[in-house]
Design a protein around this ligand. Sequence first.
Ligand code: SF4
Ligand code: SF4
Length: 56
Amino acid sequence: MAYIINESCINCGACGGSCPVDAIFQGDSQYEINPDTCIDCGACADTCPVAAIVAS
Ligand code: SF4
Ligand code: SF4
């Protein structure tokens, strides 16, 4: 289980610095979360203005 970023992402970058384990990166078309690194803390979800970050 890990948090994911869905297609609502507008590439604003706000979530980028919020992850304590640096699991968030800018992918080809939107930001993404590395599921192998994410520790499910939920810190990133509160930073997203369009609620694109959700628990999977
Ligand atoms: Fe990083 Fe926590 Fe978000 Fe996972 S839930 S991507 S560990 S901030
Ligand atoms: Fe995308 Fe939300 Fe992150 Fe902005 S904060 S880059 S909209 S996931």
